[in-house]
Design a protein around this ligand. Structure first.
Ligand SMILES: Nc1ncnc2c1ncn2[C@@H]1O[C@H](COP(=O)(O)OP(=O)(O)OP(=O)(O)O)[C@@H](O)[C@H]1O
Length: 232
């Protein structure tokens, strides 16, 4: 089966600074793939390379076999990449519902509509008229995920979704992501909480200095073994 997302020898830069150096991995249909590594190795930059925020010079990135060309942000969204960014990027002047509707900008058709997002995250329906940034941290994370789902993505790109959340909220987040996984949503998960990775991911790759240094199936490893790999 063709991969949903392919990174092949990607080299990504900020200006002249080479951050990602020959990164290769694939995410299969319906798979949750986790990209791991210590702070600063280039995980977020890899996502930024998909949207043209970091510049790629070398290698290729493809969604469903379609290479991302020049106009990356628009193209990646149109092809079905939806980002749940680190820090969530909730627009403070917009209500919850208006933030969710932003997700439709890519004009992709599919099962995700406002009622379906509200069914998945009832808190968002209760607060639909509130300003997005008036929500709690956990609710804002749900809003960021809901907004990405409104794009009817081929792949959901989650950058440290548990960051800054209390353990009980992380459990709820994990349940929601598990539900999405059961529905067959393809996911790329960047995450420091390895228990969440162990619960959700099928496969993982560990990055160091901008490239993959080890990878495998989550079912073949343990939380401790993964922690050791990530801390090298
Ligand atoms: N806009 C930018 N311009 C220049 N350098 C940047 C920029 N953003 C990040 N960097 C640098 O790129 C490197 C990789 O950062 P990146 O955010 O991709 O790491 P990460 O693996 O996602 O880690 P973290 O968990 O800290 O986000 C770091 O050295 C960082 O300082």
């Amino acid at each position: 089966m063709n991969p949903v997302l392919t990174f092949d020898g990607v080299r990504a830069f900020y200006g002249q600074a080479l951050i990602v150096d020959g990164l290769s991995f694939e995410v299969g249909e319906g798979e949750c793939f986790s990209l791991l590594g210590p702070n600063g190795v280039g995980k977020t930059t890899s996502l930024n390379a998909m949207f043209g925020i970091a510049q790629t010079r070398g290698g290729s990135i493809a969604i469903d076999g379609h290479a991302l060309g020049g106009k990356k942000a628009h193209e990646a969204a149109r092809l079905g990449a939806a980002l749940v960014p680190q820090g969530r990027w909730i627009i403070s002047s917009l209500t919850v519902e208006q933030n969710l509707l932003l997700g439709q900008a890519s004009e992709r058709k599919g099962p995700w509509t406002l009622p379906k997002v509200y069914e998945m995250f009832p808190d968002l329906q209760d607060r639909s008229a509130s300003l997005g940034t008036a929500l709690s941290g956990g609710q804002q994370q749900m809003l960021a995920i809901g907004r990405a789902l409104m794009a009817n993505p081929r792949i959901l790109l989650l950058d440290e979704p548990s960051e800054g959340l209390a353990p009980v909220i992380i459990d709820r987040l994990g349940d929601s992501l598990a539900k999405l996984r059961e529905e067959g949503t393809s996911m790329l998960l960047i995450e420091q909480r390895l228990d969440l990775v162990m619960d959700l991911a099928d496969r993982y790759a560990v990055m160091a200095k901008g490239e993959v240094v080890s990878q495998g199936r989550v079912s073949d490893t343990t939380n401790d073994a993964l922690r050791e790999l990530v801390s090298i």
